[in-house]
Write a protein that binds this ligand. Structure first.
Ligand SMILES: [Zn+2]
Length: 122
């Protein structure tokens, strides 16, 4: 009876249990049942469909504007931690300054090489 009463609490979920579900989005409900002994496999499946497979705060805000979520669908956007708008701005900026940056990088490299070369010759 006590066992059944405990099983009757299937609908009560703690935030720790929610965390466990969000920490393992690739696990099946059956695998989750091993770490969530208070809940049955169908209960886990139902609860996950309600709270979502991924943590709701999993998408951080843009590093530059801090207003919009990071554009996770874009590989460069998610790497830079920028939202869609800032990613597009960044792409344009990079294209516009590409030649200039390469020239400066080469100039610094050449100056360094020349310094080293001069020093080794005495
Ligand atoms: Zn932004």
């Amino acid at each position: 009876m006590i066992f059944l009463a405990e099983r009757g609490n299937w609908n009560i979920w703690t935030s720790h249990e929610d965390d466990l579900i969000w920490s393992h989005p690739d696990w099946t409900a059956r695998e989750l049942a091993d770490v969530l002994p208070r809940h049955t496999v169908p209960a886990i499946r139902m609860h996950r469909s309600r709270i979502g497979r991924y943590r709701p705060t999993a998408t951080p805000l843009c590093q530059r504007c801090g207003e919009h979520p990071v554009w996770t669908a874009a590989r460069d956007g998610s790497r830079w931690g920028l939202c869609r708008q800032c990613t597009l701005d960044e792409r344009e900026w990079r294209v516009r300054h590409r030649g200039e940056h390469e020239r400066r990088d080469n100039a610094i490299r050449q100056a360094k090489w020349k310094r080293k070369h001069r020093r080794s010759n005495g």
